[in-house]
Design a protein around this ligand. Structure first.
Ligand code: PGA
Length: 253
């Protein structure tokens, strides 16, 4: 069975006390996960070292939302993968559309972050997804294929299988309340899985975890997660309260 994941992307929200309370409430309410199910709280950098000690249930993790592409050096204000690892963090989101849009992160830069995270033995949640105008022109497949081939597909089969999950997040669905339909999500996920199959073969493709993100909530999670190629979600707004996040966790097959 494929690994199923629900990851919360808190973005630049919460103070540390809220974050700790949230993590405790969610674990208490969602309870024990099956061995193939995982929950990852992607909290702001300032919270990570504290929140990590509030995570007590098995298969619950704390992750970061970004890291620098260099191993170390004169990069004022930046956080390295090794610093994260040093406080017990294993998972890092990279390539989120907000990083691409507001911080001008290119496919090439993301390739270099991927390489750094692989070298540091971290787990990557790699985001991809098209803007509205690309979807309207029906060019979403080519767009996503380039994001993946330019940043990820240089990895070996073993690296991609063991250290990467992909989150498909159509930009027009992020924070807009306008989720992709389960047909649209399944169609893109099946396309991404076919790209992985072409690149890495059946075994890697069949066991690869693909998350959906973009206005996923307690009402639509079960339908999205029931799609054959959707293995969970990357959740923004709805991850900030136990009452909206716990039902999403419980919707994981
Ligand atoms: P959203 O955000 O759930 O608030 O749409 C998802 C994301 O940006 O990862």
């Amino acid at each position: 069975m494929r690994k199923k994941i629900v990851a919360g992307n808190w973005k630049m929200n919460t103070r540390i006390a809220d974050g700790k309370q949230l993590v405790e409430q969610i674990q208490a309410q969602a309870g024990k996960l099956d061995s193939h199910q995982y929950v990852i709280f992607c909290a702001p950098f300032t919270h990570l070292s504290e929140v990590v000690s509030n995570v007590t249930n098995e298969n619950y993790f704390v992750g970061a939302q970004n890291c620098n592409n260099h191993l170390s050096g004169a990069f004022t204000g930046e956080i390295s993968a090794g610093m994260l690892q040093g406080i017990g963090i294993k998972h890092v989101i990279i390539g989120h559309s907000e990083r691409r849009q507001y911080f001008f992160e290119s496919n090439e830069l993301l390739k270099s972050k991927v390489d750094t995270l692989i070298a540091e033995n971290m787990q990557i949640i790699f985001c991809c997804g098209e803007p509205l105008e690309i979807r309207e022109a029906n060019n979403q497949n080519d767009f996503v294929a380039s994001q993946l081939s330019e940043s990820l597909f240089h990895l070996s089969a073993q690296q991609i299988a063991q250290q990467v999950v992909i989150a498909y997040e159509p930009i027009w669905a992020i924070g807009t309340g306008k989720t992709a339909s389960s047909e649209q999500a399944q169609e893109m996920h099946s396309f991404i899985r076919s790209l992985i199959q072409t690149q890495y073969g059946d075994e890697v493709a069949d066991s690869f975890t693909l998350l959906y993100g973009g206005s996923c909530n307690a009402q639509n999670a079960a339908e999205l997660f029931a799609c054959k190629d959707v293995d969970g979600g990357l959740i923004g707004g709805a991850s900030l309260k136990a009452e909206t996040f716990v039902p999403i966790i419980l919707a994981m097959p």
